[in-house]
Design a protein. Structure first.
Length: 116
């Protein structure tokens, strides 16, 4: 194992060891509908003009994933930034479907994913 990988592994294991008593609470109510919300900031940083985009996804009323990221490129239009943000959000849908399939969740329909 390389030194960088070993250091990262130790940090992750240290984090897990320190958070053993913590967890996420998932409510039963709210059903299994999947909703993905996303947003983007076209103006971005005034220093480098890179936009920021993010998304969060819910199963029922439960937040399951979220991410915010400064994009690596300078966008030419707000439509381009919104498209990139939408693409990031859409990429979460198959992953969430896989989790629901692994958990054998009943009554889940892939077509009830909403992107707002």
């Amino acid at each position: 194992m390389k030194v960088k990988e070993s250091s990262a592994t130790h940090r992750v294991l240290g984090y897990l060891k320190g958070t053993v008593g913590q967890g996420l609470l998932f409510k039963r109510n709210g059903g299994t509908s999947v909703e993905i919300y996303r947003d983007a900031d076209y103006t971005g940083s005034v220093v480098n003009r890179r936009p920021t985009s993010g998304y969060c996804s819910f199963i029922g009323e439960n937040l399951v994933t979220w991410r915010s990221k400064k994009q690596n490129v300078v966008a030419r239009s707000s439509a381009e930034v919104e498209f990139r943000s939408m693409a990031q959000g859409i990429c979460e849908a198959p992953w969430i479907k896989g989790i629901l399939d692994d958990l054998k969740v009943q009554n889940y329909r892939p077509n009830n994913v909403k992107l707002r």
